[in-house]
Design a protein around this ligand. Sequence first.
Ligand SMILES: Nc1ncnc2c1ncn2[C@@H]1O[C@H](COP(=O)(O)OP(=O)(O)OP(=O)(O)O)[C@@H](O)[C@H]1O
Ligand SMILES: [Mg+2]
Length: 1079
Amino acid sequence: MEVKTSLLDNMIGVGDMVLLEPLSEESFLENLKNRFDHNEIYTYIGSVVISMNPYRSLPIYTPDKVEEYRNRNFYELSPHIYALADEAYRSLRDQDKDQCILITGESGAGKTEASKLVMSYVAAVCGKGQEVNKVKEQLLQSNPVLEAFGNAKTVRNDNSSRFGKYMDIEFDFKGDPLGGVISNYLLEKSRVVKQPRGERNFHIFYQLLSGASDDTLKKLKLDRDFSKYNYLSLDSAVVNGLDDAASFRTVRNAMQIVGFMEDEMQSVLQLVAAVLKLGNIEFKPESRNNSTDESRIKDKNDLKEMCELLGIEQSVLERAFSYRTVEAKLEKVSTTLNVSQAYYARDALAKNLYSRLFSWLVTRINESIKAQTKARHKVMGVLDIYGFEIFEDNSFEQFIINYCNEKLQQIFIELTLREEQEEYIREGIEWTNIEYFNNAIICDLIENNQNGILAMLDEECLRPGTVTDETFLDKLNTICAEHQHFESRLSKNSKFLNDHSLPHNCFRIQHYAGKVLYRSEGFVDKNNDLLYRDLSQAMYKATHSLIKELFPEGNPAKVNLKRPPTAGSQFKASVGTLMRNLQTKNPNYIRCIKPNDKKAAHVFTESLVCHQVRYLGLMENVRVRRAGYAFRQPYEPCLERYKMLCKRTWPHWRGPAREGVETLMVDLPIPTDEVSYGRSKIFIRNPRTLFFLEERRRQCLQDLATLIQKIYRGWKCRTHFLLLKKSQIVVSAWYRRFAQQKKYQKIKSSTTVVQSYIRGWQARKLLRELKYQKRCKEAVTTIAAYWHGTQVRREYRKFFRANAGKKIYDFTIQRIMQKYFLGLKNNMPPMSPIDKNWPARPYRFLDGVHKELQRIFHLWRCKKYRSKFTEEKKAVYEEKLEASKLFKDKKALYPSSVSKPFKGDYLEIRKNPKYQKLNSAVEEKVLLADVVNKINRANSKGTARIFLLTKKNVVLADQKTGQVKASVPLLDLASVSVSTKNDGFFALKLKAGSASATKGDFLLSSDHLIEIITKLHRSGATAADREQINIDISDEFLVQFKHDKVCVKFIQVAPKNGNSVSCKRKNNRLLEVLVPTTA
Ligand SMILES: Nc1ncnc2c1ncn2[C@@H]1O[C@H](COP(=O)(O)OP(=O)(O)OP(=O)(O)O)[C@@H](O)[C@H]1O
Ligand SMILES: [Mg+2]
């Protein structure tokens, strides 16, 4: 279990002054002393840390301590600077509030140490990683570099910061450092040329001479002996406990880490060496004619070496130390410098050179450490500015330093005392006013734009005419004489108060931290900060790039006649900016107190501490804290921050924020006197209450985080599980389907097998049964037949014992015949004589009958057909029949004639008037009239003749005229000759000796040969008085023309030029008829 601790545990004295009882200055100092004696150097006033300088190293900054204070509440452990650093860092990281750490206290109180402790703590607790570590290292290592160049031993502090430093450390949203920006404020550059007694110059000069190698020193033309350099005071050149040589190595190493290049480091050291050399240049007067002294350089060796170091032409610099050119409008006036002016010029150059080098170093470091990202960042500012100083001899620098401290005190008052009280009043919280000293009046004395000391100094510097420090003091005397915090001999005298502690050339200011006497000498000069233009131009002419860069105003091309702003006004402006910057951030105070003036451990000088406690206003601070409230916050953010602590306000409060906060406090419960409710803010009296709230919130956040984690994990697991389940269902569905499919297929195939076996078995069984039934049936039939047979035989045996077989046979035959005839009757073929169909024969023994019946049927149907004929048609058929008898298979022409009907009168002789004459010549009935060709015996050509056949004659007549050419009685006709070929030639042969025979036989050709010959033949048959005409069918026959016999020969030839039959007379005895073969 975590052990709860508190700053009250093992407390030495009182850890928080707010808890001090009774509260008085004595008890306050007593408490501080008590704690200091017990090595408790830190004490709180609420959230302000008082830090006593122990002047010795304490074992309280170890890594273990860092871990101890890390993420702990402010009041949980004994007071420590780490607690403040942790609080600031966490508030920056977790609440997104920019922070500033304001470290105040006089010189030597431990501000610089405190700032380094804060930075190292933050570096230790913030994020880690290669990049982050590099940034951290660079930020931390910028300190040794700046301390070497900007710190010096003073009578008050061996490592006194002689410049003001404000460093913004930038963090990202996670709290990891991104980079930083350093602002520097007014370096005490007068120290470069002169140091008060017991003090020394800036550390770097001593470090360089002690720590650099011989080689480096040689290159820089330096000697290790400090005494060789005018600018280095000898009395405190060596400081106890400071190892300059080791520091030099540390500085070089730090410069390397920060990112300085080797040549840059070399340039910087060259400049440092040049300053030392510059201090060694001495002048001697040289009388001039006009009784004025002109300065001349005594020993030019140092000047030469310096010029070599910086790459400046010696003569140019030499002249710049002897002459001064004043440019006014268009005029240039050159005046000589006397020795003191030359020394002034030399020192001014040395101071400027060094201070500009310092500013360049800051810029260069900034370049290295600046944040690389442009993302929004949070800022923690650490302010370590020179502490309040009272020296024996206080000059312009102390005035400026103390002014700055006044401003810081002002901001402290503003934010802690005045603002706090005003806030209570504003918020309507009951409050009794606490008196405190407000140093605004001193700030006003210094910075007022009209009659402030700085304004008057500026006025003096800019005023034409002779301006001296005395005139400036006079001015102060007249203007500030009445001011409560200003004193001078004159102002006192005017009030008849003789104060001999006030010298004539001084003025005194009553600062918040004490009275400081300022010597007016040097105020005007230091404020003017003048560097003769000849010098800056000489510097600009240098070949050394860094020197050139440091003196841009020396560029003749950019001559600026305007005066540069004075040192005072510059400082005032930069302090103003700083104050405005600090006001935007959440302040965290470290009030450093110096326990003694001897830089000694264990020594507590009460008077010194008391003085500091007074001017730092710590008592007032405690009183305000005790009377007031430790913590305040507007209602909205307060409710937002703590609403999870109460069920009624979590997660949302619907009403006004104030009521929400009240409900929250009542619910927790917080005692009513612990909190007050202002108009817009809640005020918590005791820090412990706040820590109680914070602790509860932390626990609650842990619980909430656990809850969120739990829900998230639950959700994640559930989603994962559901996904798994879903996937499992899909997988199992597929698998089941697949398994079932396989199973089903297996069952199906098994079923099919079983089925097929069963079916096979059933089928076989059925087949067996059917076979058996068939056999039974057959057996039964056989048995029945036999039995019937037996029965019938037994029955009929007595009647047909002898003829039973024949009778049965007859009967069977009868039945068969009956069936046959009936079948034939029902299946008769068509009546057409040419139809060839006839039913198939059923039994072979009916073969003869069947054919006979077919023949009879055919005859019968022919008879039937014939019986339908008319007489004419009958005669035609008879003629056709006759033609068939005559020519079938004898003449090739015959088949083509069968289908053509015998028309007889082709010429329609009786009707046609053309043949009227012929008609009258032939009286008998014309059996045939046609046009034939009569073949001429002489040329075997044909002549068309009308061929008429009557009952008694054959008449040949002219086709055109119809005149009868020959009329041959049929009685005279012996025979007709035709060929066997496919031609229409025929010869009418006349009976020898007949009346017609004198004209000779006729050789004719006709398309209707078959009809003509048939009709000729029939006419003979029908006539009773004549014989039948012979028909000779031969391919060679003789024709008796008028005088001679000619043989007509028919020759079958291949068809040529058509199918026509041609006739050629070969000689007197032979006539060839060429008959083409028809295809
Ligand atoms: N916490 C500390 N532990 C040990 N020594 C300390 C501590 N704080 C300061 N010192 C000693 O005091 C000396 C002076 O401290 P520091 O330089 O921080 O003073 P300062 O307030 O910065 O003075 P100045 O205004 O002159 O710069 C340091 O060199 C160191 O020796
Ligand atoms: Mg310091």
